[in-house]
Design a protein around this ligand. Structure first.
Ligand code: ZN
Length: 676
């Protein structure tokens, strides 16, 4: 592991923050924290923490010795001054005399002693940082160290390699108990440079940020050099074969099972390197043994699900095997929960969804589960890192984790669960696609669903507009012409790999040809049906195939038009196709209702920026001898209708779980176009 400290960059950081009124202590802390954060083998996705001791003067002119400590929700790789709440040290040291305080008391106590009450919660390891006398303290979950510790002879190896310079703390659950253990064992007079927390991680400290950082890198290198010199044994692999089902086809089937209790996103990944690890013959028994460091458990659960479908002869057999595997997982997880809840102090804990967070399919790859794509990817990264270390250990020794009880205590620890973003939104874990999504109505609809917690994907055939949308809305986009079944199928395959499947489809692409029926060319009429009817059939049928595989319902939403029932002059090409679309919407409701698949539509009218261009507004208002404003408000409510009104209608239909074969009008009121 390289020492990344660079004097030039360090000076730059110090002077950058100086201009912002941030002192040298904190600026130095930010610089080396980011160095640690840049290496996933030290800390990964919010893992690890750092601190610096400094002095601040409060409003009342009183001076306080404070600890700037990483706050929860921050990531060391990108941390800034706001990520370091300042907490008073003296009260913490005073409190440590108490043998036990609860988690809630600990968090409340730390909050009471913050300098700025609006700061994030200080890390759960704040007490350990406060105990250490040195100015700078660094804590990581170094993979190399964990590979040495998680073995039957791990403690002995640690003593050999680190006993001279480090205080070795046997495994204790993080939080107050660990702080107490350190409080009892740490001595500022013993010339040591850090703490080894057995089967958890390493602390180093120093008088400067550089010293503490250097000690971290040097200490990790001791482990790395030890590992390099060790002989590896070859692990037995299974035969490499091509699975009979590919990832995009299996993902919706898996999503059915992971979404048994709540809806989840399922993200697929694979690589030669990953497969070479998953394809170890004994992978299931290795991974069943636990986690390499306690806080991984909230990301990957105590054990993953490993499936091998190589013997299956057809898709039905694969489905059957997956069904059995998930049932077994649920049973095993419930057993783990029931066994450990009996010996846990807090009997009121509810079981988390008994589904795997990580699914390995041998010869195919890994699927990671999360309530959002971001969470699923983070969980996947943690799983991959952990898999790597466990395989490394098994090549040299035997993987031995902390006990199942210890894993359980961390998994169900309220402070650990609090690290996950718990803000629940109505469409969390749902995947929405919006076709014609780069247009005005499409964008507003995408924004609305995104705000309600869904993963939204915009599909459009306009490359330039898609680019604009991507940078403006920060929403995932796919370039696709929905009049081509092959193109749409290929896009859906990508979506299934990335998200596991889909839940809501807003079929919105459309185009209006203006002409009288006699003047209308056959070509334009056919083109109109192609985009305004057939493309919707392509989208609906391909989406419904995925809904059926997932077997967890589904929601089709069509942008129809008031033209479907209240035709306008010169809009025949559009109106006739939209009438057919209304029939299509009802047909899907009829044929797939029994599978929980709903099909509804929105009839909107006079939305500027939709199919109605400024040019058309001018022309039509002139023809009716009214002002443009009067034209746009020419409805029963006398109010203009906007794209976001249409977006709201789509959203409301999506959550109206007992509504199907229905059309919602969004036109400000038009008796001729009114429906039931
Ligand atoms: Zn830790």
């Amino acid at each position: 592991m390289k020492n990344l400290f660079d004097k030039k960059n360090y000076n730059k950081t110090i002077s950058y923050y100086k201009k912002q009124g941030i002192g040298k202590d904190l600026a130095e802390r930010i610089y080396t924290s980011r160095l640690l954060g840049s290496d996933p083998n030290l800390v990964l996705h919010g893992g690890g923490n750092t601190s610096v001791k400094s002095k601040v003067t409060d409003l009342d002119e009183k001076n306080h010795e404070v600890l700037y400590i990483k706050g929860s929700g921050s990531d060391l790789s990108t941390i800034g001054p706001e990520g370091f709440p300042a907490v008073k040290i003296a009260p913490i040291i005073q409190l440590l005399k108490k043998e036990f305080i609860s988690d809630v008391e600990m968090v409340e106590f730390l909050r009471k002693n913050l300098i700025d009450v609006s700061s994030p919660n200080p890390s759960v390891e704040t007490f350990v940082h406060a105990i250490i006398n040195n100015k700078f303290v660094d804590h990581t979950h170094s993979s190399s160290l964990l590979e040495i510790m998680n073995r039957p002879d791990g403690l002995m190896l640690c003593k050999e390699l680190y006993g001279k310079n480090f205080t070795i703390i046997p495994y204790v659950m993080p939080g107050y108990l660990l702080a107490r253990e350190v409080y009892k064992k740490y001595s500022k007079y013993n010339n040591k440079i850090g703490l080894i927390l057995f089967k958890h991680g390493i602390f180093t400290y120093g008088d400067t940020g550089y010293q503490s950082y250097k000690r971290m890198i040097d200490s990790v290198n001791i482990a790395e050099n030890f590992l390099k010199k060790e002989k590896s044994k070859r692990l037995v692999k299974i035969k490499t074969v091509k699975t009979i089902i590919n990832s995009e086809d299996i993902a919706p089937v898996l999503r059915k099972y992971v979404s048994k209790f709540n809806r989840y996103i399922l993200n697929y990944r694979s690589s030669k390197d990953l497969l070479s690890k998953i394809n170890n013959k004994n992978i299931e028994s290795y991974l069943k043994k636990g986690v390499i460091t306690p806080d991984h458990v909230i990301r990957i659960k105590p054990f993953p699900l490993v499936i091998n479908i190589d013997k299956c002869k057809n898709h039905q057999e694969v489905e059957k095997l997956i069904n059995t595997a998930f049932k077994k997982y649920e049973k095993n997880y419930k057993n783990y929960f029931n066994k450990n809840i009996k010996i846990n102090k807090n009997k009121k804990i509810n079981i988390l969804d008994p589904i795997p967070q990580i699914i390995y399919i041998q010869n195919l790859g890994m699927f990671s589960v999360g309530r959002s794509l971001k969470e699923a990817k983070i969980n996947g990264d943690v799983a991959e890192l952990s898999l790597n270390s466990i395989i490394n250990i098994e090549q040299k020794s035997i993987f031995k984790s902390i006990s199942s009880r210890d894993i359980f205590d961390v998994e169900y620890w309220t402070l650990e669960q609090a690290k996950l973003d718990k803000k629940k939104k109505i469409l969390d874990g749902q995947v929405v696609i919006v076709t014609g999504g780069a247009g005005t109505i499409g964008q507003e609809t995408a924004k609305k669903f995104h705000c309600e917690g869904a993963e939204v994907i915009i599909i459009d055939n306009d490359r330039i507009k898609l680019q604009e949308v991507r940078s403006l809305l920060k929403i995932k986009t796919y370039l696709c012409d929905v009049t081509s079944r092959e193109a749409f199928k290929a896009t859906m395959a990508k979506i299934c790999k990335k998200y596991g499947g889909i839940d809501i489809v807003v079929s919105n692409a459309g185009f209006a040809y203006e002409n009288s029926m006699v003047e209308m060319s056959d070509k334009n009429l056919k083109n109109s049906f192609n985009i305004n009817f057939f493309s919707h059939q392509i989208v609906a049928s391909e989406a419904t195939k995925i809904f059926l595989k997932q077997n967890i319902g589904g929601c089709l939403l069509f942008n129809i038009s008031k033209q479907a029932i209240n035709p306008g002059k010169n809009f025949g090409a559009y109106g006739t196709a939209k009438s057919a679309l209304l029939a299509l919407c009802k047909q899907y409701a009829l044929e797939y209702g029994s599978y929980g698949i709903r099909s509804n539509g929105v009839n909107a009218d006079r939305i500027v920026g939709g199919l109605l261009t400024d040019e058309m507004v001018k022309r039509r208002s002139k023809a009716r001898k009214v002002s443009e404003n009067e034209y746009l408000r020419g409805n029963l409510l006398k109010r203009e209708v906007f794209a976001h009104d249409v977006a709201n209608a789509f959203f409301h239909l999506s959550i109206s779980e007992k509504t199907t074969a229905s059309v919602l009008t969004v036109d400000g009121g038009n008796i001729e176009a009114s429906l039931r």
